[in-house]
Design a protein around this ligand. Structure first.
Ligand SMILES: *[C@@H]1O[C@H](CO)[C@@H](O)[C@H](O)[C@H]1NC(C)=O
Ligand SMILES: *[C@@H]1O[C@H](CO)[C@@H](O)[C@H](O)[C@H]1NC(C)=O
Length: 383
């Protein structure tokens, strides 16, 4: 759990601890105070047209007309934004929200968001915070994940409560972002505490996280009946020599893939995988994946897990990263072993996602964990 640099720091601190406990405590206070999370309430102004426009549609979705969105909206529609952020009173500018959102759900009005907030005022002036996740606008309050940051927010995790505050005009939406960043850096304070109570160092790290193990199957259906993924950008090339003709560097696909508990599409649906993958190698069959999996069944029902990384389809098992989560999976981190489980047809591939993650132990324990009702939960007995 500890980064090498932190381990070194910890060892150095421990080695001088006998003499300098008081000094360490003195150091620990400013170190942790500097890392103390400050909750931020911001307003984000998304202006999609007219004067002061800050958001433009860069991709016209190639999927079906969306049943739950205003006329003309298509699955796959993607906006790029440079939205103004204002402070808690919505009175003065404090930064910009830059990134994209994509209509990545076939049925519900759900956007998959990936933005960086750059703060130009307030306690985090000069820092950035990275936010990703699922914005289901049919819900009053949505939870997205803090997946990183820079400057004073370096290595931030946490969550964002995301609400539509008001609609100023048909093209000007105001969102309220209640940003709750947390720092991974709790080590200095913890070491001081451990020295103070003369406890063992061993449980540090692991003891504070709880394992999350899931094995689920994702159905990527690129055409025909039950299609769940569409090519929204046809890469201008060159053709990728490692793949069949028609696959070009830059091809970008938006997905709303069904996630089931077993490899068969007929098995129980337990979620959806929403986001993108992109053919991002010129020579090899490699996709860069960026998805949010929303779980709709089982003990993590309603929670999401964010997965990103490199899918080299020429390898039997690929490893991607768990970069965040929401709900009971808030602040999840870990990895996913990703495998093509079955090729049902030229249009339907089944991927196995073997999730090895953990969440801070303080997070709510899943209800009924260890029960027999949810075979996709991997218990230690079945490993
Ligand atoms: C999307 O479609 C509209 C209307 O047909 C068109 O004006 C616009 O240029 C298209 N945008 C892109 C990015 O292709
Ligand atoms: C999952 O949660 C939703 C929303 O709370 C609920 O409607 C649904 O019945 C739940 N599904 C299961 C299988 O528990």
């Amino acid at each position: 759990m500890l980064q090498p640099a932190e381990q070194v720091t910890a060892m150095a601190i421990i080695s001088i601890a006998g003499h300098l406990l008081a000094l360490i405590l003195a150091v620990a206070v400013p170190a942790s105070a500097g890392g103390l999370p400050v909750r931020l309430r911001l307003y984000m102004h998304d202006i999609t047209g007219g004067p002061g426009q800050t958001a433009v549609q860069v991709v016209n979705g190639t999927g079906p007309l969306h049943p739950a969105m205003p006329p003309g909206s298509h699955f796959g529609d993607t906006m790029v934004v440079d939205d103004l952020l204002t402070d808690v009173d919505d009175s003065k500018p404090v930064g910009r929200a830059q990134g994209s959102y994509t209509l990545a759900c076939l049925r519900a009005p759900v956007f998959v968001v990936s933005i960086t907030l750059v703060l130009t005022d307030g306690p985090y002036k000069g820092s950035t915070i990275l936010i990703a996740g699922r914005d289901d606008i049919s819900e009053e309050v949505r939870e997205l994940a803090v997946v990183g940051g820079t400057g004073k927010l370096r290595r931030a995790t946490g969550h964002v409560l995301w609400t539509t505050a008001r609609r100023e005009s048909p093209v000007h939406m105001v969102l309220e972002l209640d940003v709750v960043p947390e720092h991974r850096r709790q080590l200095v304070a913890a070491v001081a505490l451990i020295l103070a109570v003369a406890a063992a160092v061993a449980p540090l790290g692991e003891a504070r996280r709880q394992a999350v193990r899931l094995r689920v199957y994702m159905h990527d259906i690129v055409g025909g009946a039950g299609q769940t993924s569409v090519v929204v950008v046809k890469g201008p090339g060159p053709a990728n020599p490692s793949m069949s003709p028609g696959n070009n560097f830059g091809d970008t696909v938006i997905i709303d893939d069904v996630v089931t508990e077993g490899p068969s599409l007929a098995s129980r649906e337990v979620g959806r995988a929403q986001g993108t993958y992109m053919l991002a190698s010129m020579a090899r069959p490699v996709f860069i994946v960026d998805i949010t999996v929303v779980l709709t069944d089982g003990p993590y029902n309603g929670s999401t897990i964010l997965i990103a990384g490199r899918d080299d389809t020429s390898e039997e098992v690929r490893e991607l990263a768990v970069v965040g989560g929401s709900g009971m999976l808030r602040r999840a981190s870990g990895h996913v072993l990703w495998r093509t489980a079955k090729v049902e047809s030229k249009l339907h591939a089944v991927l196995e996602l073997d999730v090895h993650a953990s969440v801070p132990a303080a997070a709510v324990a899943p209800s009924g964990s260890g029960s027999h009702g949810h075979p996709f939960l991997v218990t230690s007995a079945s490993e």
